[in-house]
Design a protein. Structure first.
Length: 94
């Protein structure tokens, strides 16, 4: 099922009018943990990718953050690789 809805608005980042309402995934830091929230409604510019959240989405994200993102309430867990900038930079010098 396609939830994408065409919206009559202009992107403030690039000026394009190809902006659609869709659901996105966003990542947030909670102390030392990276958490991902899926299914967030957002306006998305199809030209530059800029995303805009309405007041309701922001409030719900703030409520999730206020709850502390308890691990036992997570829908699932993702494994995320971590890379070292300095290690890569040192590799360039050799």
């Amino acid at each position: 099922m396609d939830d994408t809805v065409k919206v009559s608005t202009q992107c403030t980042a690039c000026g394009a009018t190809d902006v659609e309402l869709d659901r996105v995934r966003t990542a947030l830091w909670q102390d030392e943990r990276l958490v991902v929230v899926e299914g967030v409604p957002a306006l998305i510019c199809r030209n530059c990718g800029e995303q805009y959240f309405d007041d309701t989405a922001i409030v719900v994200l703030d409520l999730l953050r206020g709850d502390g993102f308890p691990p036992e309430r997570a829908a699932r867990v993702l494994e995320v690789p971590v890379f070292s900038f300095d290690e890569r930079l040192a590799g360039e010098e050799t």
